[in-house]
Ligand binder design. Structure first.
Ligand SMILES: *Cc1c(COP(=O)(O)O)cnc(C)c1O
Length: 438
């Protein structure tokens, strides 16, 4: 066999092995989900080999009539789901969607409000010294929202004060970025949007995580609460392919279009746009039922963990209103070590900072928390009783210190009954089935 052929075989074998392994794990990463077979079909089409720079009907290349129609259907459904006047489905990721609003609403060195990372913020809204996109790519000066450890949320009164001070100093922010990556409770957009607008700032909601919930009328409704635009990823609570999207008020339509192309995308991953379109149709039909179960499962998982002695944050407020569960695991070790142990037990989670970790001298490599999300396990058909079983597995590894290898085969056994994608029109192919077409 040739040298090249061994590489070829290795790569393809690793892909198949990944698929086999994922059939046996409990996937609890809050930023991940599993798309339907129809979405996977769209991803494998020729759309992924084409260019369609520009806007449907005004492309820079020929060959786009079908692509145009799919993209228009995609925008139409996005507008419906988010009850928005305008949608741009071309940003290729959540990061790019945020770059679009930074480019549109700020100038370099402007001030921007966002959540700090330990309080659930994302690196896209991070400071320059942390390598954050806002700091690095747009040179924004990031101010952290004052945050209440008690409420696990933005502190409205303290934010108002901070904003008044900035206005007094004649250095007000130009942008307030709500939303984040650990978002158990709705952000106070309604309470703060007016104050930001009066100070001359635009209000944007980064719905990367909670877009699915928002699309289905759960959690909160940023465009009605005063946000000018909403950016998102299409693959976290929305169960689409990895891509991004912006919905906004009509006032910003032309500017968003211009900044997105030619500013921030050239080819916009047309197979992904097709996949997003398929996913949005599924969400129109099954989204509400799916998203309600995601939240019920998150609450059930949090409660079950609490009953097994784990310190789930947000207890006083019912732990969570979204898909995410935030757990303080400091009595049992650190997030880095436990994440690895859980992985060896076939339970896929991620370590996560707690809001007070940096002050306690803890670092993101070995933080005090783990983050769990219920979007993917719900998509596999799991409900409240399964959350109890998952909590048992987590307890065995984290609290009881059982060797992961002992739990691993039990998890694989448990997973056997959950192999299909739910909440979609067709589900013939298994969720993690490896599809060979070569
Ligand atoms: C995941 C995430 C992003 C980035 O999205 P990608 O699609 O991975 O580029 C941006 N903002 C928040 C809050 C996120 O959680």
């Amino acid at each position: 066999m040739s040298y090249a052929h061994t590489y070829y075989d290795q790569v393809l074998r690793l892909l198949e092995e990944h698929h086999s392994w994922f059939r046996e794990v409990i996937p609890l990463i809050a930023s991940e989900n599993i798309p339907s077979p129809a979405v996977r079909e769209a991803l494998a089409t020729d759309f992924g080999n084409r260019y369609a720079e520009g806007w449907p009907g005004e492309r820079v290349y020929a060959g786009c009539p079908y692509i145009d129609r799919v993209e228009m259907l995609c925008s139409e459904m996005a507008k419906k789901l988010f009850r928005a006047e305008f949608a741009d489905v071309r940003p290729i990721s959540g990061v790019v969607a945020n770059l679009v609003v930074y480019s549109l609403f700020t100038e370099p060195h402007d001030r921007m409000f966002a959540l700090s990372i330990p309080c659930g913020g994302h690196i896209t809204t991070g400071k320059r010294e942390l390598g954050g996109t806002a700091g690095i790519a747009r040179r924004l000066r990031v101010e952290y929202f004052p945050y209440s450890y008690e409420d696990l949320n933005i502190d409205v009164e303290e934010t108002r004060k901070r904003l008044r001070d900035m206005v007094r100093e004649k250095d007000p922010p130009k942008l307030a970025m709500f939303g984040g990556s650990v978002l158990p409770f709705p952000h106070p957009v309604r309470e703060l949007a007016e104050a930001f607008h009066e100070a001359g700032a635009k209000v944007v909601y980064d719905a990367a995580h909670v877009a699915g919930l928002i699309a289905c009328g759960l959690f909160q409704d940023p465009l009605r609460e005063g946000a000018d635009a909403v950016t998102m990823s299409t693959h976290k609570t929305l169960p689409g392919p990895q891509h991004g999207m912006i919905v906004a008020r009509q006032t910003y339509a032309e500017q968003v279009k211009k900044v997105t192309f030619p500013g921030l995308v050239s080819n916009h991953h047309l197979h992904a746009v097709a996949g997003v379109a398929v996913m949005l149709a599924e969400m129109l039909e099954f989204g509400r039922e799916y998203m309600k179960q995601v939240v019920r499962n998150a609450k059930a998982l949090a409660q079950a963990l609490w009953e097994r002695g784990l310190k789930v944050l947000g207890e006083k407020k019912g732990f969570t209103e979204s898909h995410v569960v935030w757990v303080d695991i400091t009595p049992y070790g650190d997030g880095g070590t436990l994440e690895k142990k859980l992985e060896n037990a076939n339970i896929i989670t991620n370590r996560n900072l707690l809001p007070w970790d940096i002050k306690m001298g803890r670092h993101y490599q070995n933080p005090g928390g783990i983050r769990l999300g219920t979007s993917e396990v719900t998509r596999l058909g799991m409900r409240e009783p399964e959350m109890e079983e998952i909590a048992d597995f987590l307890k065995q590894v984290i609290v009881d210190g059982k060797p992961p290898e002992k739990v691993r085969s039990k998890v694989a056994e448990f997973r056997k009954q959950y192999q299909k994608v739910h909440y979609c029109f067709h589900s013939l192919t298994g969720a993690y089935q490896y599809v060979r077409i070569r």
